[in-house]
Write a protein that binds this ligand. Structure first.
Ligand SMILES: Nc1nc2c(ncn2[C@@H]2O[C@H](COP(=O)(O)OP(=O)(O)OP(=O)(O)O)[C@@H](O)[C@H]2O)c(=O)[nH]1
Ligand SMILES: [Mg+2]
Length: 238
């Protein structure tokens, strides 16, 4: 019967970097059910960043980027020998389980994440993460805009007003009303990155009777990301 499992041998291309993007399923309903703070719920962000740490420890990507309910993992070596069914199913279910474990509340419905696989190389890696970081910024402006408008107008009116505005209109409206998006926390504007950093360790070498410096890597959650650049991505998986 094994021959009926026609997708099980599908693999990602060898010698290619791979990005996997996970996205929370119907998280607008989950946000309503859990009464998440609008526009940004700090506890939700704390949970998602812990989920990213679990993903990093378990599947060893070289970089993870997250904002809102989405998570992108950059791999240079694929787990499960690159088998697409395994990657999509195991990593998406692991993400949902980790999310539930870190949230520790009663959910109305079991949370789920969809997942997709993107083979990508060279300068397109930076282009991809810039694209997601731009989306994070758009999301930040829009969600602050809609929150402000809903504090002044009915929900329908607020939605109608924001639909006729572009990003700079919204930014200007917020600024005129005392909300300067330059002053808000960096993670809301640029997202959160998870990657390895080196820690300097100075120990005493008894044999040589002198201090010795070594480096140990640890998983770092970066809530103060820069705008992505070539320099930032140098060293991830090269
Ligand atoms: N209140 C609140 N909601 C959030 C926060 N972060 C994410 N969300 C919700 O998560 C949604 C994510 O958007 P999408 O992924 O486009 O929408 P979705 O409902 O998850 O739908 P699908 O992904 O297509 O299944 C947002 O629209 C918000 O409703 C937060 O910090 N606070
Ligand atoms: Mg979603």
């Amino acid at each position: 019967m094994k021959e009926f499992e026609v997708y099980s041998s599908l693999r990602v291309p060898k010698n290619s970097k791979i990005i996997m993007r996970l996205d929370g399923r119907s998280f607008h309903s989950l946000a309503r059910d859990l009464e998440l703070v609008k526009p940004y719920d700090e506890n939700f962000y704390r949970v998602i960043s812990e989920v990213c740490r679990d993903l990093f420890e378990e599947f060893s990507p070289v970089f993870i980027y997250t904002f809102s309910d989405e998570i992108s993992l950059l791999f240079d070596k694929m787990p499960f020998d690159g088998r697409i069914e395994k990657l999509n199913s195991v990593i998406a279910s692991f993400t949902a389980s980790s999310f539930v474990m870190h949230y520790n509340v009663q959910f109305k419905k079991p949370p789920a994440f969809d997942s997709r696989i993107i083979p990508i190389n060279g300068s397109d890696v930076l282009k991809y993460f810039r694209w997601r970081q731009d989306e994070c910024w758009r999301n930040c402006v829009n969600s602050h805009g809609i929150s402000y408008l809903k504090s002044k107008y009915s929900n329908t009116e607020a939605n109608d007003i924001i639909n006729g505005m572009n990003l700079s209109d919204i930014n200007e409206l917020l600024f005129k009303n005392g909300i300067n998006l330059n002053d808000i926390e960096t993670y809301k504007k640029r997202g959160i990155g998870i990657y390895r950093k080196n820690k300097k360790i100075v120990g005493f070498n008894k044999k040589e009777n002198k201090n010795q410096t070594s480096y140990r890597s640890y998983i770092y959650q970066d809530w103060e990301l820069p705008i992505f650049s070539e320099k930032f991505f140098n060293g991830f998986g090269d």
